[in-house]
Design a binder for this molecule. Structure first.
Ligand code: R2B
Ligand code: URA
Length: 254
């Protein structure tokens, strides 16, 4: 028997389970979400952002055109986000000096009209140094400059053993991650090469600042408690807030 997904006339996804209507609350245990504890339509009803290179590339094309049409000048653009760390303590903030691909090369390859176009992923070294200096004013704020590896996938692409499938051994995984470390990679995420390349092409001063949620040399799963992850995720924003205050000539506590 073939089962198909059902949609109502309004386009809403219909569930084929009469029991659900009788439940006061539906707890989606593995997602740590519930219909009473979370506003699911607000959280997921109209998501327009995504993850990875295709999403950031679309967003940047339109953001850069917006900056152009609005005649903005001397723009500094900073990507902030999360990442997996390599050989550094979880919660560290990594300021990227160079975004590298999965072969540790400072390049972003884009297929244009059937040809592979290779673009540079250099970021502004002066801006990275300025951000590092700002981090030194924040107490208990582990921050470093290093290479960031950008991948097309969170699981196999980042050498994880815990995806829906996996084609390599744990020894091969560790050998790869150690090679990345030796090449100067200190964190892994999924947008930085495209971000660096597109900003570089348009002459924008750009930086990438990501907090690490775990040390990938120690494991694959993100296991820190919610409140710890929440605090980690605030760190890039706190650093950028300090940077903006400094640029505006305000003291750190204003
Ligand atoms: C970091 O975190 C996301 C994957 O969990 C992805 O957007 C990235 O670059
Ligand atoms: N984001 C990633 O891309 N990788 C991680 O390991 C954690 C967050």
């Amino acid at each position: 028997m073939t089962e198909t997904t059902a949609y109502s006339g309004s386009g809403l996804v219909l569930v084929k389970n009469p029991h659900l209507d009788l439940m006061e609350e539906d707890v989606l245990y593995h997602l740590d979400l519930g219909t009473k504890t979370h506003d699911l339509p607000a959280m997921f009803g109209d998501i327009k952002h995504g993850m990875g290179i295709p999403s950031i590339s679309i967003m940047l094309h339109e953001l850069i055109k917006l900056l152009h049409h609005a005649r903005c000048r001397d723009v500094t653009i900073i990507r902030i986000g999360t990442s997996g760390g390599l050989g550094i303590e979880a919660g560290s903030v990594v300021i990227t000096d160079t975004a590298v691909d999965s072969c540790f090369q400072p390049r972003f390859e884009q297929v244009v009209l059937g040809d592979v176009v290779v673009r540079s992923t250099e970021l502004d070294k002066g801006l990275a140094a300025e951000l590092l200096a700002c981090s030194r004013d924040i107490p208990d704020f582990p921050t470093l400059i290093g290479h960031t590896m950008c991948t097309y996938d969170f699981y196999e692409g980042q050498g994880r053993l815990d995806g829906a499938f996996c084609s390599f051994s744990s020894e091969k995984k560790l050998e790869y991650l150690r090679r990345a470390y030796d090449a100067g990679v200190r964190n892994i995420e999924m947008e930085s090469t495209a971000f660096a390349a597109l900003c570089g092409l348009c002459g924008l001063k750009a930086a990438v600042v990501c907090v690490t949620l775990l040390d990938r040399l120690e494991g694959d799963q993100i296991r820190a408690p919610h409140e710890v992850l929440w605090e980690y995720q605030q760190r890039p924003q706190r650093l950028i807030a300090a940077f903006i205050r400094k640029r505006l000539g305000l003291c750190p506590t204003d």
